[in-house]
Design a protein around this ligand. Sequence first.
Ligand SMILES: [Zn+2]
Length: 197
Amino acid sequence: MISQKKIEGGVHLFEAAGLGKAPFRFIGCVDDSVGANPSYGGMVFRGERDGVDHWTQPGGSCAYCGQGIIVFCWIRSADGKKFKVGSDCVKKVGDAGLRLVVDTAVAKRRREQKQRRDAARIANARELLRFPTVCQRLRDQVHPVARHAACGLTMWHWVDWMLRHAGIRGKLSACKAVEAACAEPGELDRTAPCAIL
Ligand SMILES: [Zn+2]
């Protein structure tokens, strides 16, 4: 890695590192993670070197610092060289314009990932709610709102309502209740869908 101190005369650090001529343009962020695989400590990445699908350990390395990276920020130099770096190195090289574009893209990507994770979690909770054991465990708990609990409504009613009508935070709270019910000791009866739904 090239130290910023060694660079004089305003040479872009990517250029000094032999990555092509400035200015550098951000092309896009790629995360080739394809899901969990316990044999690789939970993450597997699709190799993109030769366009062939193959599994590698996380993720390729940064063209600037050589460190392994998970999110590839693809950059193109003014003379057409294309390379990938980690978002941390974009911050390090002191190119404010490039940094802003990359930060925005990385933040957007994180938001989208979270939305996908949340949606999957909610879908999973809906699915779990079909199991009689889970229904029963939730019905054995009182409704978290006192006046509804007083009418005999249960946690199941709350979860069911929340998963249908609440905003994202409410839906995730309901997921928590469903997941907790599943985590209680004892087997889940997965044989028949809950008759009430
Ligand atoms: Zn780097």
